[in-house]
Each structure stands twice: as structure tokens, then as C-alpha cells.
Ligand binder design. Structure first.
Ligand SMILES: *[C@@H]1O[C@H](CO)[C@@H](O)[C@H](O)[C@H]1NC(C)=O
Ligand SMILES: *[C@@H]1O[C@H](CO)[C@@H](O)[C@H](O)[C@H]1NC(C)=O
Ligand SMILES: *[C@@H]1O[C@H](CO)[C@@H](O)[C@H](O)[C@H]1NC(C)=O
Ligand SMILES: *[C@@H]1O[C@H](CO)[C@@H](O)[C@H](O)[C@H]1NC(C)=O
Ligand SMILES: *[C@@H]1O[C@H](CO)[C@@H](O)[C@H](O)[C@H]1NC(C)=O
Ligand SMILES: *[C@@H]1O[C@H](CO)[C@@H](O)[C@H](O)[C@H]1NC(C)=O
Ligand SMILES: *[C@@H]1O[C@H](CO)[C@@H](O)[C@H](O)[C@H]1NC(C)=O
Ligand SMILES: *[C@@H]1O[C@H](CO)[C@@H](O)[C@H](O)[C@H]1NC(C)=O
Ligand SMILES: *[C@@H]1O[C@H](CO)[C@@H](O)[C@H](O)[C@H]1NC(C)=O
Ligand SMILES: *[C@@H]1O[C@H](CO)[C@@H](O)[C@H](O)[C@H]1NC(C)=O
Length: 882
């Protein structure tokens, strides 16, 4: 550590510098105006200092050494450059960090989205993550991650901004649920881990987002709220109790850390009245201490609200770098340089930021020598354009139009077919044989008249729905509509085919579907997306759980006239099917999710049976929105202060709630039919030998200070004399005249009062008892196997098919009646039997104990169930006490 005299010497000059990050207090509860809530003290307990990397962390050893070798050569300005984005639209990607030209490091290119490459041509439009989750197929999830990362890599991207574990889908109306996987934390976590492994094995850094409690679009940002006429001082606060945090919202993020994810993105919302990007409890304590996360945390775009405070609370990178898009100012950049020089951000902290960023880079196999060049530009499809788009500087070649799609279309078609859920099928209505006359009805079957990319960021609901809207999107390279694919199929065998897309032309529809012997396929959809776009009055989140485009009326009318009506739904989550799911003329209902570019082809594969369906619904289909017990907050509940979203339902989300409250859904979580049948027999549970759980003890190492001490000469931090300054670009350099002027106007200057106790302490710190000295994802003993469960699954029908075998537990006490813990998608030929196997780990059987701040297997009778959905569980056994 540098001597205190040095700090003071620098501080006395530099602290008259750039205005401080506004001290936003981490530990102060917000005032709650007249709120009738029991939990008035939802605040986030402080946790400092911010944990530094662990050189022993398993899986990171090499990356740590490489990062150390690199970072030890860096100057302070260069380290700051790594941590700070260059400003919105000042580089080719949606996020670009500064570079280190002296050592030939080009900086990071961070690009949306979790569904493929955003803002680029010749890329694939993958299925939504939610639909990929519906495959319940680990191999599919992994391969989807590989394919998406191959496309990112091919465009020169280093960090793909996905996958998404938040939103989990607390409210079915949540706008971005489809970008993530499932409100079940176990399915969600397995999907996160497989996707991350696929991406990072391909050489792209994955980003687990949005951490944490980011469950709705309304009020996530004050500016967006103001656009809708709501003036609120701060973003919505997700108030989550400790047990719920561990057993639900943190769970899939723990799997992400355990899978070795390189980066995290902190969210717009507050958690217990402290912003996601400066919450020392969620970042320092839960993520870096308890889970032992070794990568870096970046802010969501404009989710940073402070400079020094966020650095001390565990943020490692600010995105896109500017305080407000294109303001030219940053909480970091030159502010961070000053803060390190005057000692308010310790040198070990900036070193740790740089270490985490570079370790993630090296961990996925990237090198300094062999860096990819970014070969596209997010802000134009033209071949020539401005390198610095916002400030219109440097006109040059910016797009090479590299086609990165390879054979991914085939894989996307397979994923979409495997994720399609057959909800209802009466008397073998499906698969279709060779119906003479197929009548397709519904706007959702046809093209968007403006083209598949006709609405910016897919912000409209016209034509067939294959992707939601917002930043989680890609450009369609083509979109095979259901209409074109079904027509091609029917013509192949010489059938007759007609389709109507106008959902308001009742007479044309009735004239078509009342003709004799029609097989009628009716389409409906429900869309949602990110909160910066409003579609048909839906501000990101859905306003209701019914279908869009008048589709409910179309379905009602068609089914009253056509006795073989097949309903196909493209939706972002559950919709209310009450009116027609039992209708005798509706012979089949198919959930086709958000299938991406191969929509129609994948649907034909299911309808005509070239793929035997085995997708399972990754959420519950209730009879009313009230039945879910959770909803979006549409109107602020706290005056002009931060809206307070109480997660008072705790761990009872989705089917956990339906089961607990005794509410019958229409289709339960995990439900999905097949064209064949399966039997479940021979359940066996074998208790394994495992050591007793031991909380971790001991200390971390001392915070390392890496590389040479920063220069004490302020002239070393100024813009180089011959520097070509790009307007609004964010730099690490100081602007001495500006700095001095700002300082003389700032009465608060020099105050350290806002620095939380221990935040500057680089001494060895106690290890987290629920964490681990070596492994990531929590105490390694949580993953000890306590039981092995096996069962015999037999295909008893006449057709080859996949079966998604699901294992649930009842942990007793105040736990939900059933919780998913494992699953496997197995392929079985007619008559064939296979053994389903799963291990139950200590984590699977534990509850988070708030008192001891650790996991604990409570004393209670426990049961295990194996079956084909959360409510169809033919096999059960008691678990012998552990
Ligand atoms: C040091 O600099 C930072 C960033 O400009 C500022 O927030 C802080 O108030 C300064 N602290 C001191 C003690 O000068
Ligand atoms: C430093 O941060 C403050 C906010 O704390 C901001 O107002 C100011 O513009 C920043 N300075 C620079 C040079 O970006
Ligand atoms: C939020 O506050 C509750 C108590 O109201 C506490 O149990 C929990 O740990 C806090 N969570 C965070 C992230 O601060
Ligand atoms: C910081 O990054 C910018 C943008 O890439 C670059 O122009 C500048 O030279 C870098 N500064 C240092 C000190 O490396
Ligand atoms: C539905 O049927 C009603 C009654 O026949 C008719 O008025 C209406 O136009 C029809 N709507 C559609 C979309 O078919
Ligand atoms: C449906 O109606 C057709 C006439 O259009 C008839 O031939 C057929 O038997 C009916 N099917 C059922 C299941 O009622
Ligand atoms: C639900 O929202 C959609 C989309 O805005 C709209 O088309 C539909 O009419 C709404 N449903 C009801 C019952 O209001
Ligand atoms: C089912 O369709 C037939 C036409 O095939 C129609 O006559 C009948 O009323 C429909 N049933 C219902 C319940 O709508
Ligand atoms: C530096 O000063 C120039 C002009 O004095 C100003 O345009 C620019 O925004 C300043 N940059 C920073 C980082 O403060
Ligand atoms: C269960 O654990 C055993 C022993 O670690 C391992 O060999 C086996 O692959 C595991 N089974 C599953 C399905 O993960």
C-alpha cells in the first residue's frame, strides 16, 4: 500500500478536482409515505470491504495469473480505461470499454442479446430463452449457447450480454420474462449454467443478468416513469427477504457463478432501497463473498448512480460509461482516476476491478495477441459510416457484413420444435395425417406487412410473433411464417389450403371455416418487451393475460363453426384459456412460444409429427391473473418516492403458490403431451455417504496491490498533448482547468464522511461461512450428493419419443408441497425402457437459515416424487432422515 503521506499529498491537490460521486447512502431506509406495510425497514445492511479475487479459485487459476501478468504492467489511467465505457454510440458495440494501446489491447466489445446478436446483419434469430427452457433439454441449452456465441465471436464481440436469470418471472405479466427461462429457480439455474458453459467454451464471455430482483419494467428507471407521467425520485425497490433471496432469486445466479460465468450485470431497480449497482449487500456480500464470484460486475446501461459509492460497493465496470447517454460525463473515467489518487477508492479496489475484467477475458481463452476485430457497427447497416457514430467523426468502412449463421437455422428449428408444448390433444387430432382441406386463420399466422424487422427493436405486434421487443432482440435474417410453411406442407401432398390474416373480417372467416371437412388451425399471440418501448398501451409489461389482435374472438368464432379446430399460441408467457380450453371442437392446443426465424417449419414438424412433441411448459397456466398471487405494480405506491415492491409471497411463486394455496390451474408447470405414452416404475432411493456440513472458516488473503504505484505528478494524468479528442467520448484523463474550477465551486469537496466503515480496509477478511475457500457458487459441501434416485421409464406407445422425467421434493416444514430438483429428457423407442437417474445434493434438501446465515437441512419428513409434470407424479418415496 502507498504511504499515507503520498495519499495526502495527492489528495490536497487532486481532491480539488472533479466533483464527487454524490454520496448515496447504502444503509438508509427510504421514507415510506403512509404505506400500510408490515416491512417498514427494508434496508440493505452494509457489507465492506468489497471482496478481491481469490488466487486459489478453482477454474480461475490460469486466468488469474494471466490477468496478474497483464494488470501488473498497467498505469492507473489504463486500469481506469478498462473499467469505463466510452459513452453511448461512441463505438461499434452497444458497450465498448477504453483500450490499452501501449500494450496492444483493443478493449472489450459488449453486445446484446440473450437471443443472438443485436443490431447486425447476417445473424440468426434464435428461439427465446423461455422456449429453450421448455425443451427441458440440457444438451439443447448448451448447444444454443455455443451457436449464439459462435455468431458473437464471428462479429468480433468479446462479451455477449446474456443469459438472463432476472426477471425470473415473478409476475406472469413481466415484460422481459421471455428473455429469461422460468420462474422455477432450478430449471432457471440449470438453463443458466448450460447456456453459460456453451458460450464460454466457445470463447465469448457470458454475462449473467439482471442482478437482482429486476422483475418488472414499470418504474425501473425514473426517466422512463416520467415519460409516462409518473414523477418518482428513485427507481422501484424490490424488497426481498433473506430466505426468499437465497431460495429463489439468487439460486439461478449461484448456478451461473458455479458454471464459471465471467461477468454479471447489476440491475436498474433498487433492492431494499439501495440501487442494484451500489448495493454492498447484493454485490459484496452475496455475490462476491458468499458465492465467491471471480468475474466482473458491469452496470446495466445508465444503472450506475454514484462514483465512489458504487466502486466501494462492488461495481467493476460502468456501462455505457456516461452518466446519461452522450452527456460526455461519467461517474468514473476521470472521476475514478481522481478518486484513486485522493484515496477514496483504494488502489487495491481499482486493481481488483482490472483483474476481474482481464481474468474473465483470459478465462474464456481470449488472448492479447489474437484479439478479434469488431467487423460490424450497431448504428448503421451501411458499409461506410462514422466510426464514432454519435459525434459523427471518422467516416470509414464500418460494416464487413460477415455472415456468421453457419448451419444454425437447422438447430433453431430443432430447438423450437423441441420446445413446443402440446397442451391439449383429443383423440389423436394431432399429428395431422393428410387433411384434404386446411384453413388457417389469424393475423399471427402471417407476415408483418412491414417485414420481419419492420418495427425498431421488434416494438410492435404485427403478423406472426416470433420474438418479443426491446434490447433482447436480433434482426431476422428471414422469418418462415406458419402460413408459408403450412401451405408448403399441404401442397406437398396435394391438399387444399386457404388462409385469412384479418382478425376483424368475421364474414370471410366464417365463410371459410364453416365449409365441410375443414381442418382449422387458428393462431393467437400475446407480446411483451422492455420498458423503453410501449406497444398498444403495454409499457413493457403486459396489461392483461389475454390474447392480442382480437384473437380470443377469432378462436371463439372459428371453434363454434369448425369441429376440428387446432389452436396455436405464440406467447411470452401464460394466457387465459378459460373460454375455450374445454371446448369440444377445439381438438388440440399448441404453445409455440417465441420460436425465432424457423417458426413455421418447427410448427409443421410438430403438427405433422416428424417431431414427436415433448416440450414442457416452464410456467403455470392459471384461470385468472389473481390466481398467481403476484402481479406487476402499475401505479406507484409511495408518493413521489421510490415505489416499494414487497415480495411478500416469499418463495411461493408460480406452481409453488398454486400448490400451496390449493388452486387448480388449467395446465400445471411441467405439463406437456406426447404422441406416445410412457410408464413410470421401480422408484429407488439410495442414501449416500457424505461428510457432515461444515461452515467455512479462515481468512482471505490481503488485498493485493498490483503493479507500480501511481505517479504523484498530476501532469501524468492529463490528456496527452497531441491527443485527438472525440466529443462526448469518456476518457480516464484529467482536465486540470476544468477540475480546478469544479473543485472551487464544490462546498462538499474533500469530505470522506460518506465512505462506509471498513470500505477502504485491504486487510485479510473472514471467509463467508456459506462460501468456500476454493470453489465458486457457495460452500462446496452444498453440492455433496446425499441420495441417488432412480426410476424405470418405458415407452408404452407405438412411436419413438422423448420423455421429460421430472423429480420433485417436499422438504416438509413450511416448504412448498413440491419443488422441482432435477429432470432429464430421455429418448425412448417403442417398448424401450431406460433408467432415469438423479442425485439429490445437500443444497437440494436445505433451507436458508436466516439466523445462522447458512444452509441447513431442517428436521422434517421429506418426500421425493418422480413423474411427468408437477401434478402428474406416479412415483413417490419418503426420504430416510439424513
Ligand atoms: C476524491 O475524489 C472523488 C472523485 O472525484 C471525490 O468523490 C471525493 O470527494 C474526493 N475525496 C477527497 C477526500 O478529496
Ligand atoms: C464526475 O461525477 C459527477 C457526479 O458525481 C458528475 O456530475 C461529473 O460530471 C463527473 N465529471 C466528469 C468529468 O465526468
Ligand atoms: C432486505 O431486508 C430484509 C429484511 O426486511 C432482509 O431480510 C434482507 O436480507 C434484505 N436484503 C437485502 C438484499 O438487503
Ligand atoms: C483509453 O482508451 C481510449 C479509447 O480506446 C484510447 O484512445 C486511449 O489511448 C486510452 N488511454 C490509455 C491511457 O491507454
Ligand atoms: C364473430 O362472430 C360474431 C357473431 O357472428 C360476429 O359479429 C363477429 O364479426 C365475428 N368476429 C370474428 C373476428 O370472426
Ligand atoms: C365434424 O364435421 C364433419 C362435417 O364437416 C363430420 O363429417 C365429422 O364427423 C364431424 N366430426 C366430429 C368429431 O363430430
Ligand atoms: C389485452 O391487451 C391486448 C394488447 O394490448 C389487447 O389487444 C386486448 O384487447 C386486451 N384484452 C382485454 C380483455 O382488454
Ligand atoms: C362444433 O362445430 C359444429 C360444426 O361442425 C357446430 O355445429 C357446433 O355447434 C360446434 N359446437 C360448439 C359447442 O360450438
Ligand atoms: C475538458 O475541457 C474541455 C474544454 O475546457 C471540455 O470541453 C471537456 O468536456 C472537458 N473534459 C472533461 C473530461 O472534463
Ligand atoms: C450422481 O453422482 C455420481 C457420483 O458423483 C455421478 O457419477 C453421477 O454421474 C451422478 N448422476 C447424475 C445423474 O448426475
Amino acid at each position: 500500500m502507498k504511504s499515507s503521506t503520498t495519499i495526502l499529498a495527492i489528495a490536497s491537490w487532486a481532491s480539488c478536482g472533479i466533483v464527487a460521486a454524490k454520496p448515496i447512502d447504502d444503509h438508509k431506509p427510504a421514507l415510506l409515505h403512509g404505506l400500510q406495510i408490515e416491512d417498514l425497514d427494508s434496508y440493505s445492511p452494509p457489507f465492506y470491504p468489497s471482496p478481491w479475487m481469490n488466487p486459489r479459485a478453482e477454474g480461475w487459476e490460469d486466468a488469474y495469473q494471466k490477468a496478474r501478468d497483464f494488470v501488473s504492467q498497467l498505469t492507473l489511467l489504463e486500469k481506469v480505461n478498462l473499467t469505463t465505457g466510452v459513452g453511448w454510440q461512441n463505438g461499434p458495440c452497444v458497450g465498448n470499454t477504453g483500450s490499452v494501446p501501449r500494450l496492444g489491447f483493443k478493449g472489450l466489445c459488449l453486445q446484446d442479446s440473450p437471443q443472438g446478436v443485436r443490431f447486425a446483419d447476417y445473424v440468426s434469430a434464435f428461439t427465446s430463452s423461455q422456449m429453450a427452457a421448455a425443451t427441458f433439454d440440457k444438451t439443447v441449452l448448451y448447444e444454443r449457447g455455443v451457436a449464439m456465441a459462435q455468431e458473437h465471436k464471428g462479429k468480433g464481440i468479446t462479451v455477449q450480454l446474456g443469459p438472463v436469470a432476472g426477471p425470473m418471472g415473478r409476475a406472469p405479466e413481466g415484460g422481459r420474462n421471455w428473455e429469461g427461462f422460468s420462474p422455477d429457480p432450478v430449471l432457471n439455474g440449470i438453463a443458466m449454467a448450460e447456456t453459460i458453459k456453451g458460450m464460454q467454451d466457445t470463447g465469448v464471455v457470458a454475462c449473467a443478468k439482471h442482478y437482482v430482483g429486476n422483475e418488472q419494467e414499470h418504474f425501473r428507471q425514473t426517466g422512463e416513469a416520467a415519460d409516462h407521467g409518473y414523477i418518482i425520485a428513485e427507481s422501484i425497490s424490490s424488497n426481498i427477504d433473506d430466505r426468499t433471496m437465497h431460495e429463489m432469486y439468487l439460486w439461478p445466479f449461484a448456478d451461473a457463478v458455479r458454471a464459471g460465468v465471467g461477468s454479471f450485470m447489476c440491475s436498474y431497480n433498487q433492492i431494499n432501497n439501495s440501487y442494484g449497482c451500489q448495493n454492498s449487500h447484493t454485490l459484496n456480500k452475496l455475490l462476491k463473498s458468499e458465492l465467491g464470484f471471480q468475474g466482473f460486475v458491469m452496470s446495466d446501461w445508465q444503472a450506475q448512480h454514484s462514483g465512489v459509492s458504487s466502486a466501494l460497493a462492488g461495481l467493476d465496470m460502468t456501462m455505457p460509461g456516461d452518466t446519461v447517454f452522450d452527456s460526455g460525463f461519467s461517474f468514473w473515467g476521470s472521476n475514478l482516476t481522481i478518486a484513486v489518487l485522493n484515496g477514496t477508492v483504494p488502489e487495491w479496489r481499482i486493481d481488483d476491478m482490472a483483474m476481474r475484467i482481464m481474468a474473465a477475458y483470459f478465462k474464456v481463452g481470449l488472448t492479447i495477441e489474437d484479439q478479434p476485430d469488431v467487423n460490424f457497427n450497431s448504428w448503421t447497416f451501411d458499409t461506410y459510416g462514422y466510426k464514432y457514430f454519435y459525434s459523427k467523426q471518422d467516416y470509414e468502412k464500418v460494416n464487413w457484413h460477415v455472415d456468421v449463421r453457419a448451419n444454425h437455422a437447422k438447430q433453431i428449428r430443432e430447438t423450437a420444435a423441441k420446445g413446443t408444448v402440446l397442451l391439449k390433444n383429443v383423440d389423436g387430432a394431432l399429428p395431422l395425417k393428410q387433411p384434404h382441406f386446411v384453413a388457417v386463420v389469424g393475423e399471427d399466422a402471417g407476415p408483418n406487412p412491414k417485414g420481419p424487422n419492420g418495427c425498431a427493436d421488434r416494438g410492435c405486434d404485427e403478423g406472426t410473433l416470433a420474438m418479443g421487443w426491446g434490447s433482447g432482440t436480433t434482426q431476422f435474417p428471414f422469418l418462415v411464417t406458419p402460413d408459408s410453411a403450412i401451405q408448403a406442407k399441404v401442397l406437398e401432398y396435394g391438399g387444399r389450403y386457404e388462409s385469412i390474416f384479418d382478425n376483424y373480417d368475421g364474414s370471410a372467416i366464417s365463410a371459410l371455416v364453416s365449409q365441410p371437412d375443414a381442418t382449422c388451425i387458428v393462431f393467437g399471440n400475446a407480446d411483451s418487451g422492455e420498458g423503453y418501448i410501449t406497444v398498444d398501451g403495454n409499457w413493457g409489461d403486459r396489461n392483461n393475460l389475454t390474447l392480442w389482435q382480437n384473437a380470443d374472438e377469432v378462436i371463439r368464432n372459428v371453434s363454434s363453426l369448425c369441429n376440428n379446430t387446432i389452436v396455436v399460441l405464440h406467447t411470452v408467457g401464460p394466457v387465459l384459456l378459460n373460454d375455450y380450453y374445454e371446448h369440444p371442437n377445439i381438438t388440440a392446443i399448441v404453445w409455440a412460444g417465441l420460436p425465432g426465424e424457423e417458426s413455421g417449419n418447427a410448427l409443421v414438424d410438430i403438427l405433422w409429427g416428424s417431431v414427436n412433441p415433448a416440450g414442457r411448459t416452464p410456467f403455470t397456466w392459471g384461470k385468472s391473473r389473481e390466481d398467481y398471487g403476484t402481479d406487476v405494480m402499475y401505479v406507484p405506491n409511495n408518493g413521489n418516492q421510490a415505489p416499494q415492491q414487497l415480495f411478500s409471497e416469499g418463495i411461493f411463486l408460480d406452481y409453488r403458490h398454486f400448490d400451496q394455496a390449493g388452486i387448480d390451474p388449467i395446465y400445471e408447470f411441467g405439463h406437456g403431451l406426447s404422441y406416445t405414452t410412457f410408464s413410470y416404475t421401480d422408484l429407488r432411493v439410495v442414501k449416500k455417504h457424505a461428510r457432515p456440513y461444515r461452515p467455512t472458516t479462515g481468512n482471505t488473503i490481503q488485498a493485493p496491490v498490483i503493479g507500480p504505484l501511481p505517479s504523484q505528478f498530476l501532469s501524468d494524468y492529463q490528456f496527452p498533448s497531441d491527443f485527438k479528442y472525440i466529443p462526448t467520448y469518456i476518457y480516464p484523463y484529467l482536465n486540470s482547468t476544468e477540475s480546478l474550477r469544479a473543485a472551487s465551486e464544490d462546498p462538499q469537496y474533500g469530505s470522506t464522511a460518506f465512505i462506509p466503515p471498513h470500505a477502504l480496509d485491504g486487510n485479510p477478511q473472514p471467509l463467508n461461512p456459506a462460501g468456500d475457500p476454493v470453489t465458486s457458487g457457495g460452500n462446496s459441501m452444498l453440492y455433496d450428493e446425499l441420495y441417488e434416485v432412480t426410476a424405470k421409464i418405458t415407452n408404452t406407445g407405438g412411436l419413438a419419443g422423448d420423455e421429460v422425467v421430472q423429480l420433485y421434493v417436499n422438504l416438509g416444514g413450511d416448504n412448498p408441497p413440491r419443488q422441482l430438483r432435477a429432470f432429464d429428457r430421455m429418448h425412448l423407442l417403442p417398448g424401450e425402457s431406460k433408467t432415469f437417474r438423479a442425485n439429490l445434493t445437500r443444497r437440494d434438501l436445505s433451507n436458508w437459515d436466516v439466523k445462522t446465515q447458512n444452509w441447513r437441512v431442517i428436521k422434517s419428513a421429506k418426500e421425493v416424487y418422480v413423474g411427468r409434470s408437477s401434478r402428474d407424479l406416479p412415483l413417490r418415496a419418503r426420504l430416510e432422515a439424513w
